[in-house]
Design a protein around this ligand. Structure first.
Ligand SMILES: Cc1cc2nc3c(=O)[nH]c(=O)nc-3n(C[C@H](O)[C@H](O)[C@H](O)COP(=O)(O)OP(=O)(O)OC[C@H]3O[C@@H](n4cnc5c(N)ncnc54)[C@H](O)[C@@H]3O)c2cc1C
Length: 524
C-alpha cells in the first residue's frame, strides 16, 4: 500500500454516503459506486406533472443523533423541520382529535398529561397503558430473549386491549417498525419506545424534510462528498468484489475495475450476497425478508387542512403529511398518506386505493368533501425495510465480514436500531471506523514488514508483537483499540482485530489473562 489507502464504498444510500464521508475524513482515497443515476438510495424524489414527489414520507426523531449530525455535515439541516416539542394530532373519522404530546417534565411524567387527556382510551385503558409504558422502560432491547417474541404478545400480557393497541401502540410501532405490533419483534419495539419516547423527555420530537428528499440527501450528499475529495460514480453497478492475492480487492462492475485496500458494501440486504465473495457473511441475511410501504398522494384544488401532519385512527390513513410547499405546488393542497406494513395495499390497484382513501381523508378533514381532487397517484416500495419480526437480531451482521478488509453497512445490519435513516447512518459510520482502522493497521504492518526485512530483525513481522504490547501495557492498548482513529487494534493482526471489534479487543487487552493478546498471522 503506497500513498493514501484506497477505500471503495458500494451503494450511495445514507449508509454508503455516511461511510464514504467518514472514510474521507479519516484520510482515505474514497470512491463511491452507485448503481442508480443519483445518490440517496431508498430516500429520493422524482418529478411528476410539475411536482416534486418523494418516494415515501420520511420522518425522524430528535433522538436520531447520527442522522441529524449527518444532515449537518452535508449542509441539509436547514431543509428539515424539527418540532420544538412533540405534538401529534390523532384524528378519528368524524373529526374528533386527540393528541400525542409531551410537556417539559422529566420522563415518564413528560407524557402523563397527554395520556390523561387522550380521548381514545377508556380510563381503565389509560391506567393500563401507563403501567405498560413503565414496564417497557425496564426492558433491555439488547436482551436476545426479547427477540424471540412479538410486541403484540407482550402487550396482551400487559392487559392492553385491541383498542389500546390500535389507538396508541400501533400509531408508533407501525411507522417505526414497518409492521403491526402483532408481528413486530419485542426487542425492536423496546428499542423504539425506550430510545424514541420513554427514556428522554425530548427524544420523540418529530422531524421531517421541508424540501424534496433528493435535495435533502442525494444532492447535498454528492456535494459534500465532492468537497471531501471523494470520487462518486453513479450508474455504476458493482458486480463482484474479488479479494486480491497480495491483500486488497478488485471491484468489478459495468465497464469498471477498481483496486481497493478495503471495501464497504452498503447495499440492501437482498442484494449483498450477490456481491460478496462466498462465505463472507455467516448470518443468513437472505432470511431478513422484506416489508412494504405504500404512499397515497392526493392533490386537492384547495386547502383541506391546516395541519402539517396527523395520524388517522380506525382509518386506512395511518399518517398524513402536507407536502404542498416541498412539492412546489402553487395552488391547492398536496397531501401524502403514508401506509406502513402495507402488504395488503401493495397488491391493490390504484383505483381501489382511491375508493378507500379519498373517503377516509374526507372523514378526517371535512373540507376535503367539497374539494376537487386534481391528482391521485400511488408510490409503492415493496422492499422498503427488512421484515422486523422476532428472530431477526441473529440475522443482522455487524460491520465486519469473514473477509479481512471487507465490511458491510446498511440499515439492515446490527445497529441496535430498527431499519431507519438513523440506523443507516450509524451503520455507515461504524463500517468506516472499522475500514479506517483496518487500512491503517495494514499499512503499518506492511511498513514494519519492509523495515524488519531490511534490518533482518528477529522480531516477528506481525502486528506490533508481544514486546510492543508488553511495553505499552494494557491500558494504552485498550485506549488505542477503543479509539481506532488514534491507533488501530494491535496484537492479533488484521483478521482478529476486524472480527473482534474495538470493545472486545479493549477488554482482552485489559484482561491479558482472559485471552493472550498475541496470536496468529497477519494475512497481508
Ligand atoms: C417509502 C419509505 C419510507 C420510509 N420511511 C422512513 C421514515 O419515516 N424514517 C426512517 O428513519 N426511515 C424510513 N425508511 C427507511 C429508510 O429510508 C432506510 O432504512 C434507509 O434509507 C436505508 O439506507 P441504506 O443506505 O441502508 O440503504 P439504501 O437506501 O437501500 O441504499 C443502498 C444503495 O445501494 C445501491 N446499490 C445496490 N446494489 C448496488 C450495486 N451492485 N452497485 C452499486 N450500488 C448498488 C442502491 O441503488 C441504493 O442506492 C423508509 C423507507 C421507504 C422506502
Amino acid at each position: 500500500m503506497t500513498g493514501r489507502p484506497r477505500v471503495v464504498v458500494v451503494g450511495g444510500g445514507l449508509a454508503g454516503m455516511a461511510a464514504a464521508l467518514a472514510c474521507a475524513d479519516g484520510g482515505a482515497e474514497v470512491t463511491l459506486l452507485e448503481a442508480r443515476p443519483r445518490l440517496g438510495g431508498a430516500t429520493f424524489s422524482f418529478r411528476r406533472d410539475g411536482l416534486w414527489v418523494d418516494n415515501g414520507q420520511h420522518v425522524f426523531l430528535r433522538c436520531c443523533t447520527a442522522y441529524r449530525s449527518f444532515l449537518r455535515k452535508i449542509g441539509s439541516e436547514n431543509h428539515t423541520f424539527l418540532q420544538p416539542r412533540l405534538s401529534l394530532p390523532v384524528i378519528r373519522p368524524g373529526g374528533r382529535v386527540g393528541r400525542i404530546a409531551r410537556n417539559g417534565f422529566p420522563p415518564p411524567l413528560h407524557l402523563a398529561i397527554a395520556m390523561i387527556r387522550y380521548p381514545f382510551l377508556t380510563p381503565v385503558e389509560r391506567v393500563r397503558a401507563a403501567r405498560a409504558a413503565l414496564a417497557l422502560r425496564h426492558l433491555d432491547p439488547s436482551n436476545p430473549a426479547l427477540d424471540t417474541r412479538t410486541f403484540g404478545s407482550w402487550l396482551r400480557e400487559q392487559h392492553q386491549s385491541r383498542n389500546a393497541v390500535a389507538a396508541l401502540w400501533d400509531l408508533i410501532a407501525l411507522p417505526t417498525l414497518n409492521l403491526h405490533a402483532e408481528e413486530a419483534s419485542l426487542a425492536l419495539a423496546a428499542k423504539v419506545f425506550r430510545t424514541g419516547l420513554l427514556d428522554e423527555r425530548s427524544a420523540a420530537d418529530v422531524g421531517y424534510a421541508t424540501a424534496p428528499l433528493s435535495q435533502v440527501h442525494g444532492a447535498a450528499g454528492a456535494r459534500a462528498l465532492a468537497e471531501a475529495g471523494a470520487t462518486v460514480h453513479t450508474r455504476a453497478s458493482a458486480r463482484r468484489l474479488i479479494p486480491s492475492d497480495g491483500g486488497g480487492f478488485e471491484v468489478e462492475g459495468d465497464g469498471l475495475r477498481l483496486a481497493a485496500d478495503a471495501v464497504i458494501a452498503a447495499v440492501p440486504h437482498d442484494r449483498v450476497l450477490t456481491l460478496l465473495p462466498d462465505g463472507a457473511l455467516r448470518q443468513p441475511v437472505g432470511q431478513l425478508g422484506v416489508s412494504p410501504i405504500v404512499n397515497v398522494h392526493v392533490v386537492y384544488d384547495r386547502k383541506v387542512t391546516d395541519l402539517p401532519v396527523a395520524a388517522g385512527l380506525h382509518s386506512p390513513v395511518q399518517w398524513v403529511f402536507d407536502r404542498t410547499a416541498p412539492s412546489g405546488l402553487d395552488r391547492g393542497q398536496y397531501l401524502a398518506v403514508s401506509v406502513s406494513g402495507a402488504d395488503r395495499e401493495m397488491g391493490e390497484r390504484t383505483e381501489a386505493l382511491r375508493l378507500q382513501f379519498l373517503p377516509a381523508i374526507a372523514a378526517m378533514f371535512p373540507a376535503a368533501r367539497e374539494a376537487r381532487v386534481e391528482r391521485f397517484f400511488v408510490t409503492r416500495e415493496p422492499r422498503a425495510t427488512f421484515r422486523q419480526v422476532p428472530g431477526t437480531g441473529a440475522f443482522r451482521p455487524g460491520p465486519s465480514t469473514a473477509v479481512p478488509g471487507l465490511f458491510v453497512a446498511g440499515a439492515w445490519t446490527a445497529t441496535g436500531w430498527p431499519a431507519t435513516m438513523e440506523g443507516a447512518v450509524r451503520s455507515g459510520k461504524a463500517a468506516a471506523e472499522h475500514a479506517t482502522a483496518f487500512v491503517r493497521l495494514r499499512s503499518r504492518d506492511l511498513e514494519r514488514f519492509a523495515l524488519e526485512a531490511a534490518q533482518s530483525s528477529v522480531s516477528p513481522p506481525i502486528g506490533r508483537g508481544i514486546r510492543g504490547a508488553q511495553e505499552r501495557g494494557p491500558e494504552r492498548i485498550a485506549l488505542e483499540a477503543a479509539e481506532p482513529s488514534a491507533s488501530p487494534p494491535i496484537g492479533r493482526g488484521i483478521r482478529g482485530a476486524q472480527e473482534r471489534g474495538p470493545e472486545r479487543i479493549a477488554l482482552e487487552a485489559a484482561e491479558p489473562s482472559a485471552s493472550p493478546p498475541i496470536e496468529g498471522q497477519v494475512p497481508v
